[in-house]
Each structure stands twice: as structure tokens, then as C-alpha cells.
Design a protein around this ligand. Structure first.
Ligand code: SF4
Length: 910
């Protein structure tokens, strides 16, 4: 007989206080010591053990976590991980206040457990088997769940039997050359926005303009290209989806839409449901693509389920197995696995379930035909619309894997991020960690390392035994890789006892960085150190020459092996059966990546003591965290990373749209020069069209900018006080943006309790043990909540409506004075370049505020000396006031009262 959940004790802890409900449902407020003693003695019902433990100051807290029960009962379903979110998911009335939460938890548990008895519980299949394993792991919920589940009939399919196999399909033929009619585009947009909807002229103009990229290309390497700015609120996504779908229908081609973040990929996927309202058709025609490290690896999961994981990680593996049977696509990061689930297990185990370490054995894997990564790659070759992110789109353009699969039309949404994405994608680094990675790839695990990972010889065992030339190349690569740094290299470096040519190089780099770098002795002391790669000392020049020889010694056999593998694929010998072929093919592609890396190392090493290449910025760096070194090496970035985008990504395409709300560095009346620099359009030899349509929002009425003039830079108590008062004045609903995590943490620590006591919960990135997506979900769901964060929140948060009423920026977001920044600044007009970067950042932050025609919001900049030249970052007509803090607070409070009374009545605080 299962215990009655209504008679279980429950605990709720927040910044305001701690409440316990006893076994009779009586609630009392208790102190920390009493609460910790109680939960240490008996398992309590709670919601989010990690967060509750954090609030209690008792990180070991465990108990009956409703979120774990949710993950078991409703795998792959969404819920905001708060009492209100669980109430919505379980169709219960949410608790009225914090004191009511402890009493609510047993009721929520009872309601959720009732699903087990209902005939219409959609996720019943697999639950009994999963429960048996969880009971063996002593999952706290097992005694309540297990007695209510009956054994299924013998035919029930378990996870690996339940997952469908992918099929090889004939490649999609090249699209027909068609010209789409603007009238058809307009009519389609009307249908997508809804019959009878008022025609939005700006959106219609934008849709017709973007149709231009679908016209047939006139010259090789000169795609039909449009750079288009669509002010916030235009309805940009449907604006380009309308011509895209029209073209897809007429040409039978496919379109790749690339955006910046995983959250935006999810948002885009939802928008495309309007094109394919039938869910099954949508699944087939629209595929979201991400890097392979995002997906569940079934072989890793099987290892974990069969004893590879123990303790809490083993429970996580069982909950992930439940999810794997119901997920849409196996995407663990930003897909339908709840973002809060890994955090409940303190991220213990999630990484080991994905293919993050490149351990995939491709056709040698028993789950190859069901593999989520392989399925997604094949689905993309058949889909009409592929939704990717900028990094993946660039990787695929640089190293195309599937001939014939590349979409000929590319749409880059959030195009202002292309520069940053390309900056990381096309960079090269010869560091200790990178070198260790290549050594492991060649040699496989050494010493006590565990895992399935195997070296080159084991991965290509059949080549080594049947093909003499291939075997010779593999053995030579193994001998050369032994020269690369292995385990313990950091220790040897700090003891000045390097081993091998690359470690000696890293030791020389380290010596030069410590000799020349300027340690700021400020707040950032103890973090990264860097120095230009200029006038290297003799020791570094000599070490670089020896390192070049070592790299070449490895590169030569890898190139020879690559050629052998190509021959084997083109002219297959008898022993190369289907599985071996897939293995050789997989090895060929991973070999190509390593060859590219080694090639980039050689050019970087050739630069030490040689002439500088004006296209690149090179420097030496030591990476540190809190004074502890974790990497060292040489770095190379493109001075203008948009150049390789033009060469590698744009030129091969037939049509390219680069679009965003803030391409022209803010909302000012700038020309297109900045946009062409940041997107790489200036490298496209003319023929690039431009189009801009302003936002339909009435910024003069819907928003205002307040520049607070009396908070001195660096005065942290004053900064914290300002945040606290401004958040209270608006009754929450504030997004606080910081340039440094350290300041964010200090401000949060000073004000969270005080705000919570006023009924205004405060959440923070880098403080609360929750992923960014979940923090935004919580913020969105509660109009009294506020959220503090850094860059990721500035650039991609879409929170329309009452939940976001105020954006507070801690100061002007000056670029960090790195060597790379200094080089670009010198190349692109000095302070004008800084201004371009800053205006872009402020424009993005301001852009979070007004997402709908009925939004109203205030943007507060805490900066005593905000330069007037940066005011063009704000939309024209936005009222701008410079006020001392007291007046700013009064102003925010008054606007908040006014808003509740009149124009924006949606907000009604309880
Ligand atoms: S094919 Fe590779 S990624 Fe896929 S399940 Fe097997 S080992 Fe994992």
C-alpha cells in the first residue's frame, strides 16, 4: 500500500523565510537550524531540491522533489519549475502566497500521482519498467509510485525497441529555377497572419523585399543578397517565411534559416507551425539542427543504465531514458528535455550522456540506426526548412559533409550576431588543451582514463590490418602524437619541467606572457593574461621552430591516411562491407577537422619570429580563473571575421538574406556602412541590396530612457541600492544587466532578501542553480519577479507583456580592452568603432523592452557621464531624461501607478 502523499511533511524555503507543513497539513514558519534538522531526519516533499537547498544553506538537501516526479510522469512536457508552474501543469489553484506553498505541495503531489490511476495517461508505456529500475536505485518516490503501477503485458516495448529507425533516402534534387510573384507572396502572408487581419504595410513591404533572394542567381559566386533591417514588431519571421514557403512550393527546394541561440531556434520552430499546421507534416518538413554535443547518445545512455552511473546520476539516467522514449528529436539542451532537470542533479552526468567527447563509433554502434544525431542529419536532407544556428551553419559551409544536401537559400536572422559567431568559428588556437585533445584522438585513452573512446588504430582496425599504406600512416601518426602534451602538462609547466616540443613551446609562451602582460591589479586580476605576438624572445622563436617540426611530423601521416581513406571509399576493396565503409567515412570527416587544425597551427607557428599577416591578430595568452591557470597558448583571430563568412558561407549560396532588428547599430539614421562591415556584405563585390523598415511601435508613447546621473562608477553599495529601489518602484518586472559577473553577484547578495520581503522575487544568472532558459521562463511567468544577468540576457530574451517593464543597465557597456579589440579599433576608426559596438549592445538591451504594441517600458542607464553621441542607440523620438536617483525612482514609481490606472491595464498586482 502506497503512503498517502497528503500526509507527508513538506518544506518551502525562499529569500523571505522557511515554512514547513507537518503530516496534518499544519504550516509553521521555522528557523534555518530547525528546518535543516527536520529535513536531515525525514524525507520532505519539496519543489526543486537544488534551489531549496541553496536558500536553506544546506546543499546536501534531498527529499521527494515534485520536479523529479513531474519528469517521470510527463517526460518531454514543459513546466515552469515553480509552485505556480506546477499548479498550471497539474490544473490546480496556485498557492496565494509564500506561506501557502508548503501546504500546496502535498496536494500537488497527490494530484500528479492520480495520473497513474487514470486510463488516459499518455506516457504510461515504459513507466513500469523504468519504475523497477528506479526502485532498485532507491528513488525516494518509488514507494509512492510503484504500488500504483501494474505490470504491462509482455509486448510492451522498452526504450530501444520503441525508437524508430531512420531510413536512407535518395538525395533531394536541385531546386527548380523559378521566379516567385510578389502578389503570391503578399497573398500568402495574408493567409499566414490570419484571414481578415489588418494588413501591416511594413510587414508586406518586408516580405516582398525579401522575396528577391529567391530569384535565380545571375553570376557564379554572386548570390542574390539582401541585407534587411526590420524594426522590432514588424513581424519579421513571418515576413521572410511567406516568400520562403512560396519558393519552396514552386521550386521544391529547401531553405536554411540560421539564428543565434537555442532559444531562438525553438521560437522559430514554433513560428513555422503556421506553415505546416499538421503536427506530423511539421515534424517531417521542419528540422531543427544543432551541434552533435546537444543530442542524447543512446550508447552512452545504455552504458549509464547498465551500471556506468551510480547514486543520483543513475536516477538521472532513468529519468532521461523516460524522456528519450517521448522526445521529439533527442535534443537535450534547449529541446524538450526540461532545462531544470540536469540542474536538479547538479549537472552530474548530463555531459556524459551526450557525445561531447567525440566518442561516437558510428556504424559500429548497435543503436546507429536509431541514433538521434544520425536521424536529425538525415531528416535535414529531406526537410523543406532547416533551422540551424550561426555556428553550425558556418561549420557546415566550411566542411560540407553531405553532397547535395546543402540548402541553396540561406536566411540569417539575428544577423547582427554573425560577426561574433564567425569570430569564434574561424579562429585558431594552439593551446595545451587543444593539443591534449588531438593527442587523445590519435592515441586513445592512456593511463587510468576510462570510457569507450578509442585511438585511431582501434577505430580503423580493418584499414590497419588490410591496407599496408594505411597502416604505415597510422603508425607514423601514433609515433608523432606522442610528442604532444599529455596528462599532467599544466603541472609540468608550472614546475618548469616541460616534456616534448609542444610543452616546451607552451613553457616559452608562459614565460613571455608573464614577462610582458600587464596584470591590471583591479577586479579582474587573477583572470586572463595576454600579450601581443610581437618581437618574440629567442627562446620562443626556437621553441616555435621545434614545435613546427613536431606538428608537421603528425600532419604528414594524417594527410597520407586521408588520401588512403579516399581511395578506399572511391574504389572499395572486398573487405570493405557496409559497416566498415560507414566507419571509414566517419573517420575521414573527423580526420579532415584535425588536418585543418594542424594546418592552422603551422601558420600560427610560422608567424613567431616571422612577418605579421595583416589579415590576422595574433597573441599569446594564459587562461586563469581566480588565479588558477587552466590553459596557455597562441591565438589567432581574423582582424575582420566577416571576410571568411563572405568567402565560405555567402559565395557558394544562390540567395542570402541577412536580417535583424538592429543591423545599423541601433535605431539611428546611420547609413549601411556599419551593417555591411558587421555582416560581411562589403566583401561581396557589389550587387548586395539593402532594405529597411522602421518599427511600428510608438516609442515616444511606449517607452522612455532615464539616465541616472549620481551613481558613481565602482561604488558597489550605491549600485546595489539603486537596483533595489528601482525594482521596488516598478513592483518587479525588471531585467538587470551587468557587464561583470562579480558585480552581479555582489548586487544580488545585497538586495535579494530585501526585495523578497517586499514580495518581489529576484533571480540571477550565475547565482541561482538554474539554466538561463529556465530563469527566463520563471521571469516570464511572474510579473513580480526580476532577473539579473549578463550578455546572454541582453541579446536574446523575448518577454512580451507585463513581465518586463524595466531594463536597468549598470553602466555603459564598454568593450574590454583586449589585444584583439585594440587591433580592430585601430583598423576601423578608433573611438568610432567603440561607439559602433556600444550602440549595438545598448540597442539590443533596449530592444528587450517593447515587444508588442501594448507594451510600455522604461530603460534605466546608471551612468553619471553617458555620452550624448551614444543617444542614437535609442529609437528616434524616445523621451530621454537625465535624473538623479531619487527623481528617477519617483519617476519609475509614478509611471507604474499610471500604467496600472490607464493605458496598460494588464498589470494588477495581488
Ligand atoms: S551512433 Fe554514435 S552518437 Fe549515435 S548512439 Fe551510437 S555512439 Fe552514440
Amino acid at each position: 500500500m502506497a503512503p498517502d502523499p497528503l500526509s507527508l511533511p513538506a518544506i518551502h524555503a525562499s529569500h523571505v523565510g522557511i515554512w514547513i507543513a507537518d503530516t496534518h497539513g499544519r504550516v509553521q514558519r521555522v528557523g534555518r537550524g530547525e528546518a535543516i534538522a527536520a529535513v536531515a531526519a525525514t524525507p520532505y516533499l519539496l519543489l526543486n531540491a537544488t534551489l531549496t537547498g541553496d536558500r536553506l544553506g544546506y546543499p546536501e538537501l534531498s527529499g521527494l522533489d515534485l520536479l523529479e516526479l513531474f519528469a517521470f510522469l510527463y517526460p518531454a512536457r514543459f513546466a515552469v519549475p515553480t509552485p505556480a508552474g506546477i499548479a498550471a501543469a497539474a490544473r490546480l489553484t496556485p498557492p496565494k502566497d509564500e506561506a501557502g506553498i508548503a501546504a500546496f505541495l502535498p496536494k500537488a503531489a497527490a494530484a500528479m500521482l492520480d495520473s497513474l490511476d487514470g486510463p488516459d495517461w499518455p506516457e504510461r508505456e515504459g513507466a513500469w519498467h523504468g519504475m523497477q529500475a528506479l526502485a532498485r536505485q532507491r528513488w525516494p518516490w518509488a514507494p509512492l509510485v510503484q504500488p500504483r503501477l501494474s505490470a504491462p503485458d509482455a509486448n510492451e516495448r522498452w526504450l530501444f525497441a520503441r525508437l524508430p529507425e531512420w531510413e536512407e533516402q535518395t538525395p533531394r534534387p536541385a531546386p527548380r529555377q523559378v521566379t516567385i510573384d510578389p502578389a503570391d507572396v503578399s497573398a500568402r502572408l495574408d493567409r499566414l497572419t490570419g484571414d481578415g487581419a489588418e494588413r501591416r504595410a511594413g510587414q508586406q513591404d518586408y516580405a516582398r523585399a525579401t522575396a528577391a533572394i529567391f530569384a535565380p542567381r545571375e553570376r557564379k559566386e554572386a548570390p542574390q543578397m539582401l541585407v534587411a533591417e526590420a524594426g522590432t514588431g514588424i513581424g519579421k519571421t513571418l515576413g521572410y517565411l511567406a516568400p520562403a514557403k512560396q519558393w519552396i512550393d514552386q521550386s521544391a527546394g529547401s531553405v536554411c534559416i540560421s539564428t543565434f541561440t537555442k532559444a531562438l531556434q525553438r521560437q522559430l520552430s514554433r513560428e513555422t507551425e503556421k506553415l505546416y499546421p499538421d503536427a506530423a507534416t511539421h515534424r517531417e518538413k521542419v528540422v531543427v539542427r544543432k551541434g552533435r554535443e546537444n543530442y542524447l547518445c543512446l550508447l552512452n545512455l545504455e552504458d549509464a543504465l547498465q551500471g556506468g552511473f551510480s547514486g543520483r546520476a543513475a536516477i538521472l539516467a532513468q529519468l532521461v531514458a523516460r524522456w528519450a522514449a517521448y522526445t521529439r528529436d533527442g535534443d537535450m539542451i534547449g529541446g524538450d528535455l526540461p532545462g531544470w532537470l540536469p540542474a536538479l542533479f547538479r549537472r552530474n552526468g548530463t555531459t556524459a550522456l551526450t557525445d561531447r567527447r567525440g566518442e561516437c563509433i558510428y556504424a559500429g554502434c548497435p543503436h546507429f540506426r536509431k541514433c538521434f544525431i544520425e536521424r536529425s542529419a538525415r531528416a535535414a536532407t529531406q526537410a523543406d526548412i532547416i533551422i540551424a544556428n550561426h555556428a553550425l551553419t558556418m561549420v557546415q559551409a566550411a566542411r560540407p559533409r553531405d553532397a547535395g544536401a546543402a540548402a541553396t537559400r540561406l536566411i540569417f536572422d539575428e544577423g547582427h550576431h554573425l560577426w561574433d559567431a564567425a569570430d569564434s568559428m574561424f579562429a585558431a588556437a594552439l593551446t595545451g588543451q587543444e593539443a591534449v585533445e588531438i593527442r587523445r584522438w590519435v592515441l586513445g585513452p592512456e593511463g587510468k582514463s576510462r570510457g569507450r573512446r578509442r585511438g585511431l588504430a582501434a577505430r580503423l582496425a580493418d584499414v590497419a590490418s588490410y591496407d599496408e599504406a594505411g597502416d604505415r600512416a597510422i603508425q607514423a601518426a601514433i609515433a608523432a602524437a606522442a610528442e604532444l602534451p599529455g596528462d599532467g602538462w599544466l603541472g609540468r609547466l608550472s614546475e618548469n619541467d616541460p616534456w616534448g616540443a609542444i610543452e616546451r613551446l607552451l613553457a616559452a609562451v608562459r614565460g613571455q606572457v608573464y614577462a610582458r602582460a600587464v596584470d591590471t591589479r583591479t577586479a579582474d586580476a587573477g583572470y586572463g593574461l595576454e600579450t601581443e605576438l610581437a618581437d618574440p624572445d629567442a627562446a620562443l622563436v626556437a621553441a616555435a621552430a621545434a614545435a613546427s617540426d613536431a606538428v608537421e611530423a603528425l600532419l604528414r601521416p594524417l594527410l597520407a591516411l586521408g588520401k588512403r581513406l579516399e581511395v578506399l571509399i572511391e574504389d572499395p576493396p572486398d573487405w570493405l562491407d557496409g559497416q566498415a565503409r560507414a566507419r571509414v567515412d566517419g573517420a575521414r570527416h573527423s580526420l579532415g577537422r584535425r588536418i585543418d587544425t594542424l594546418g592552422s597551427w603551422l601558420s600560427l607557428l610560422g608567424r613567431v619570429g616571422g612577418p605579421a599577416d595583416p589579415d590576422f591578430v595574433d597573441w599569446l595568452a594564459i587562461d586563469r580563473y581566480d588565479g588558477r591557470e587552466f590553459d596557455a597558448g597562441l591565438h589567432r583571430h581574423w582582424l575582420d571575421p566577416a571576410r571568411p563568412i563572405a568567402d565560405i558561407v555567402y559565395r557558394p549560396a544562390q540567395g542570402v538574406l541577412v536580417t535583424s532588428a538592429t543591423l545599423r547599430s541601433g535605431y539611428g539614421a546611420q547609413g549601411w556602412t556599419e551593417a555591411d562591415i558587421r555582416t560581411g556584405a562589403r566583401h561581396m563585390d557589389g550587387g548586395v541590396r539593402h532594405f529597411a523598415v522602421p518599427s511600428p511601435f510608438d516609442y515616444a508613447r511606449q517607452s522612455e530612457v532615464i539616465i541616472v546621473t549620481d551613481i558613481a562608477r565602482g561604488d558597489l553599495p550605491a549600485l546595489a541600492g539603486a537596483y533595489s529601489r528601482l525594482i521596488e518602484a516598478s513592483g518587479g518586472g525588471a531585467l538587470g544587466l551587468f557587464s561583470a559577473i562579480r558585480r552581479l553577484r555582489i548586487v544580488h547578495a545585497r538586495i535579494a532578501d530585501r526585495l523578497a520581503r517586499a514580495g518581489l522575487p529576484l533571480y540571477a544568472q550565475h547565482v541561482d542553480p538554474l539554466d538561463t532558459g529556465t530563469l527566463v521562463d520563471i521571469f516570464r511567468a511572474d510579473p513580480h519577479a526580476s532577473l539579473l544577468g549578463t550578455d546572454a540576457l541582453r541579446d536574446g530574451v523575448d518577454v512580451p507583456g507585463e513581465s518586463l517593464r524595466q531594463v536597468i543597465m549598470e553602466g555603459v557597456p564598454w568593450p574590454r580592452p583586449t589585444i584583439l579589440h585594440a587591433a580592430r579599433r585601430a583598423a576601423q576608426g578608433g573611438s568610432a568603432y567603440d561607439d559602433m559596438v556600444i550602440r549595438g549592445r545598448i540597442g539590443q538591451a533596449f530592444g528587450r523592452l517593447i515587444r508588442r504594441a501594448d507594451d510600455f517600458g522604461q530603460f534605466v542607464m546608471l551612468s553619471p557621464s553617458f555620452p550624448s553621441r551614444l543617444l542614437s542607440a535609442f529609437p528616434e523620438g524616445t523621451p530621454i531624461r537625465r535624473l538623479p536617483l531619487d527623481e528617477a525612482v519617483n519617476h519609475v514609481a509614478a509611471a507604474n501607478v499610471e500604467r496600472r490606472k490607464t493605458a496598460f491595464p494588464a498589470f494588477s498586482p495581488s
